[in-house]
Design a binder for this molecule. Structure first.
Ligand code: ADP
Length: 477
């Protein structure tokens, strides 16, 4: 049974209740986590506050960096263990689980090096004054993490917050807690003081809500659905607590007729089947220029038919979805597509070895998806790719921007001037030209516009969000 991790100790919830942990590959329970409550959040926030005001704020930026670096190295020693945990807990194929653990190493390595490079400014002002700015930590930051990439999202969020001098209370998703509890234990082993990093597990509407409402939380970082993002903002607004929100997308990959299709095809496929499509930045729409629509669909269709889905341990192209409700969600989208007469081009195969009780879904390619259909508008969070065609650049831009989201976009074209024009005209937080996702991109600021959220995580930019700026004006004559 897994316990919460508060003030460097494994502690049970005061509720005395637990939740089962299911393996998505066979749908069977194999562990338990604490079903925590508001009292547990309160103990975690108190521990964090004591740490912040006691020892943490006295740790120099350089020493903070050393501590983060030690943690990155410790995680590196435990990559196999963490990957195995994630494979079982989240149904991630071995390669994906390892990639997540390695990305976590890289986040702490990157933020370790950034700790002592977060400078203020001096500002020219009136005669007789010296004015400068300090970047100060918020204090106790709350992190509500989703289940799709627990280690990566923990790395980008908690890594940045700790580097900027905050202490953290983390609420992982109820379906994906195990790796993060282990990482917090590793942090204690390398010398993080008690209270610097606390993990409290349980349901979102119970313990997540308690975290968002707690008066001792000075900043909230949330990654999840737009619906819960709205709730978090409303709750935080009551006490004017700053938030960073990453709420997903319906990201387009835009393929012009002059694109290098041999290079584009594997990337288009990976952008939608990676992590079984349960990726905020999934390239879930492929917009194809008219002249190459049919031939490209044919090639994509063949690639989809070759995809194999199975248990995480088999390490195939695609693993199971996280849980039964997610599988049902994908089925609902696909049955809506059928009712609307949206043609299916191709789908992959669920292998015979996949247990019936697991949460499998074959990757599916749909064509001629009308722009107003929910398959072109809403996040499926499964391996379903919606293809649409466009005539020219203007129509490509109009389609790309025709959703409530704006997280990531991919543009494939050999025309250099068009690359710049498209990068300017597409409304999203990131644009990739002739590539997509750029290998994880720990260094690259990430976040959205419109309903994809606001604020940026990843890269150096994240550190500005995890700090508040103080201006000091000294009149010395
Ligand atoms: P999904 O539907 O994909 O699980 P959610 O937005 O519901 O996405 O969940 C993302 C994270 O938000 C999870 O850690 C979840 O437990 C948490 N959460 C869900 N509901 C709430 C809530 N009312 N308040 C705070 N956190 C919540």
């Amino acid at each position: 049974m897994q316990l919460n991790f508060i003030a460097n100790a494994d502690v049970p919830s005061s509720s005395g209740r637990t939740l089962q942990v299911l393996d998505p590959s066979d749908g069977q329970p194999f562990d338990e986590i604490q079903r925590s409550n508001a009292a547990d959040i309160d103990s975690a926030v108190r521990a964090a506050r004591d740490c912040f005001e006691g020892v943490w704020h006295k740790v120099s930026a350089a020493d903070r960096g050393r501590l983060l670096y030690k943690l990155s190295q410790k995680i590196a020693e435990h990559v196999d263990e963490l990957a195995l945990i994630e494979q079982r807990d989240c149904g991630k194929p071995v390669k994906q689980a390892r990639a997540d653990a390695l990305a976590l190493v890289r986040y702490f390595e990157f933020y370790a090096g950034a700790c002592d490079k977060l400078h203020g400014e001096t500002i020219p002002y009136q005669d007789g004054y010296s004015v400068f700015t300090w970047r100060e930590p918020h204090g106790v930051t709350g992190h509500i993490i989703p289940w799709n990439y627990p280690m990566q999202i923990f790395g980008r969020s908690v890594g940045g917050a700790l580097a900027a001098g905050n202490v953290c209370v983390v609420k992982p998703a109820e379906d994906a807690c195990l790796s993060l509890i282990r990482v917090a234990q590793l942090a204690a082993e390398v010398g993080f003081p008690a209270g610097a990093l606390n993990i409290v597990t349980g349901y979102g509407h119970e313990v997540g809500d308690a975290l968002a409402r707690h008066e001792g939380i000075d900043h909230i970082s949330f990654t999840g659905s737009p619906k819960i993002g709205t709730l978090i903002q409303q709750v935080a607004a009551e006490r004017h607590c700053p938030v960073t929100l990453e709420l997903g997308g319906k990201s387009p990959q835009i393929i012009f007729a002059d694109a290098d299709l041999d290079a584009a095809i594997p990337v288009i496929i990976n952008a939608i089947v990676q992590n079984a499509g349960q990726t905020c930045s999934a390239g879930s729409r492929v917009l194809i220029q008219r002249g190459i629509y049919e031939p490209l669909l044919e090639r994509l269709g063949r690639a989809f038919e070759a995809l194999r889905v199975g248990p995480a341990a088999m390490d195939l192209d695609v693993g199971p979805l996280i849980r039964q409700t997610q599988q049902q969600r994908v089925w609902d989208f696909l049955s809506d597509a059928q009712v609307a007469g949206i043609p299916m081009v191709a789908h992959g195969i669920v292998v015979d070895e996949a247990p019936e009780t697991g949460f499998y879904q074959a990757p599916t390619l749909l064509r001629d998806v009308p722009v107003n259909h929910r398959l072109a508008q809403e996040e499926v969070f499964g391996p379903v790719l919606a293809a649409m065609q466009f005539a020219d650049e203007d129509e490509a831009v109009a389609l790309a921007n025709a959703t409530q989201f704006g997280l990531v976009a991919g543009v494939w074209t050999a025309d250099g001037a068009r690359q710049f024009r498209m990068a300017k005209r597409v409304r999203s937080g990131q644009v990739f030209i002739n590539n997509y996702g750029a290998g994880g991109g720990v260094e690259l600021p990430f976040g959205g516009v419109k309903s994809s959220g606001y604020g940026r995580e990843k890269g150096f930019e994240a550190l500005y969000g995890f700090t508040t700026l103080k201006t000091v004006a000294i009149k010395h004559g």
